[in-house]
Write a protein that binds this ligand. Structure first.
Ligand code: CU
Length: 166
């Protein structure tokens, strides 16, 4: 019995803390969940932010732009193979269809912050304004997390890439 109570307590605490970290933002029929930005390394001038957009309505929408005071320029990017090399390129918008969440994550779609005005420090928060074609604008706060080992390839890719194919 005692063991059971302890276990339940641990589960409750874990649920509370994960809820505090996973913040959802809503505009119209759209929900932006789990936003985060990757801490920038050293003097890196670029950064990236990620989140998932879910559409609970019955009409498709599009994320058409993102803005932040933390960077000179903010673009929506995708990653693809070009001549056998992983390259990222800007996209005009990211489709958010009903029942088909748009997932922005390392190695795939992302919000690209170009010309950071200051480093993205771990545990700080990045303010982003997202604009959707139909639902309008939404302000979100993305916690800044340390770059994981799995992101190192993406970091390198950002390094050499200054031109955009689209
Ligand atoms: Cu990018």
């Amino acid at each position: 019995m005692r063991k059971f109570i302890t276990g339940a307590l641990v589960a409750a605490v874990a649920a509370i803390s994960s809820q505090a970290m996973a913040m959802d933002y809503k505009v119209g029929n759209l929900t932006v969940s789990d936003p985060w930005a990757r801490a920038s390394a050293g003097k890196a001038r670029n950064g990236a932010a990620y989140f998932t957009v879910t559409n609970t309505g019955d009409k498709p929408d599009r994320l058409i732009s993102a803005a932040s005071k933390a960077a000179a320029k903010v673009e929506l990017h995708s990653v693809g193979m070009k001549d056998g090399v992983m390259m990222m390129h800007s996209v005009k918008g990211i489709e958010v269809a009903p029942g088909e969440p748009a997932v922005l994550k390392p190695g795939g779609l992302h919000v690209m912050l170009m010309g950071l005005t200051e480093p993205l420090k771990e545990n700080a928060t990045l303010h982003l304004t997202l604009t959707f074609e139909k639902s309008g604008t939404l302000d979100i706060m993305a916690p800044i997390k340390k770059a994981g080992a799995m992101d190192s390839g993406h970091q390198q890719m950002h390094h050499g890439d200054t031109k955009h194919s689209m």
